[in-house]
Write a protein that binds this ligand. Structure first.
Ligand code: KIV
Ligand code: ZN
Length: 429
């Protein structure tokens, strides 16, 4: 009797899982799975304290991510602590814990995630599948790897409703074997199968080809979601992620700022913005609130101590700044002339017109008005611009410098490097 009850419960749970997977597949929404707190933190120097991870997790929740790779409980007590802090506090995203194909890892994940609702906790299992990993790292045959997958995924599926399985180094694994790994993982109860390009070796065309071959070669693929995970060793992680979205991948794994192993991971903010701006192309949407992106990047940078490059798309200091006269003139006439999207779309502070050797009359006039020169004459503007262009490399062009240039001829103007480093205009949009 008890056996029958258990069997009935198992079938009901299986049916519910299939309903959820089916719903996500049909909806065609691109689900964002953030791995900043796990793969991102693997970046040398990016260590985060549990309390800091909680702050980032809450910000990711506010930005609308679907799931969070919250840590690797078997790897460190700090990861367990961080996950426990998130349980009950981070409510909307599914919290997942990374596990090797080792039953003890699944047990550690179960303990760390205890208390989170069944539909908001999961495990993400991985094992190396490429010839390199099989022969040199694991010393296991294909048959042994398949057995390991079947046994540990089914062990996980008895304990979790949400189970992801990823063949590590998938992009260097033979496609027929890769498909067999996925087939067996799904049979054993995996609800998501992941495609990690562990060493970031693929191009968009090859990544798309993999996705097509997996969709064609895994007979039970409708029973699981397909997730993609790209590293950025060729600077192609975002492009590869987008190529797989175009091919129908359901889940994209990314990190904020693209931080992660070696050259990092696909940058969440770049994928989210590309998707938001090109829905006509992809015919699919994500659920990320793009206005949260720049502050999210700043938070992750502040807490990890990993500086944001000035040129970093979405969040870099120069993304809405220009020193070039033609661009400054255009931006003052209409911000869209030289921007792909407005700062408020990503929650950034605003446009900055930086005065320098490449600036033009209009930006100088604009700044002079901002610093209180009500109606600068053409001669004043020309004198200031001429003075700016004569200043030595590295000289600070701050408001005092501008006033100095106004009051004297340009050759006598001095820069005061110990005050505000640049004279910067804001453009109202
Ligand atoms: O890049 C990778 O292969 C990973 C695995 C743990 C999925 O991060
Ligand atoms: Zn990775």
């Amino acid at each position: 009797m008890a056996g029958l009850m258990r069997q009935a419960l198992h079938s009901v749970r299986g049916a519910v899982k299939q309903l959820v997977v089916g719903h996500h597949r049909r909806s065609r929404v691109v689900l964002f799975s953030d791995t900043t707190l796990r793969d991102g933190e693997q970046m040398p120097g990016a260590t985060l304290e549990p309390e800091e991870k909680l702050r980032i997790a809450l910000a990711l929740e506010a930005a609308g991510v679907h799931s969070l790779d919250a840590g690797f409980p078997a790897s460190s007590p700090a990861d367990v602590l961080a996950i426990q802090k998130m349980v009950g506090r981070v409510k909307r995203p599914v919290l997942t814990a990374l596990c090797r194909t080792v039953k003890g890892d699944v047990d550690a994940a179960e303990q760390a995630l205890a208390g989170n609702p069944v539909h908001k906790r999961g495990v993400s299992l991985f094992v190396g599948t490429s010839p390199l990993h099989r022969q040199h790292k694991l010393q296991k045959t294909e048959a042994e790897i398949l057995k390991l997958i079947a046994e540990t995924v089914s062990y996980a599926a008895e304990r979790f409703a949400i189970v992801a399985f990823s063949p590590e180094d998938a992009s260097r694994t033979e496609v027929p074997f890769l498909c067999e790994c996925y087939r067996q993982a799904i049979t054993a109860g995996a609800t998501t199968i992941g495609f990690p390009d562990t060493v970031g070796i693929l191009t968009p065309e090859k990544a798309a080809e993999f996705i097509r071959r997996i969709q064609d070669g895994v007979p039970n693929i409708e029973r699981a979601l397909l997730a993609v995970h790209f590293h950025n060793d060729l600077g192609l992680a975002v492009a590869n992620t987008l190529a797989c979205i175009a091919e129908g991948a359901n889940v994209v794994q990314c990190t904020v700022g693209g931080i992660g192993e070696r050259a990092g991971n696909a940058s969440l903010e770049e994928v989210a913005m590309a998707l938001a701006l090109h829905q006509d192309q992809y015919g699919r949407a994500g659920k990320i609130d793009t206005t949260k992106l720049a502050p999210l990047c700043e938070l992750v940078s502040e807490l990890t101590g990993i500086a944001i490059s000035p040129m970093k798309p979405i969040s870099g200091a120069n993304i809405f700044a220009t020193e070039a006269g033609i661009h400054q003139d255009g931006l003052l006439k209409n911000p869209d002339t030289y921007l792909p999207y407005r700062p408020e779309k990503v929650g950034a502070a605003g446009i900055r017109l930086v005065l320098g050797r490449h600036s033009g009359r209009r930006a100088v006039a604009h700044r002079l008005k901002e610093i209180g020169v009500a109606d600068p004459t053409e001669a004043q503007i020309a004198a200031v611009l001429d003075g700016i262009k004569r200043l030595p490399k590295g000289a600070a062009i701050d408001d005092a410098t501008l006033r100095g240039l106004l009051e004297s001829d340009s050759s006598s103007a001095e820069s005061s490097a110990d005050t505000i480093p640049t004279s910067v205009s804001r453009v109202a949009v």
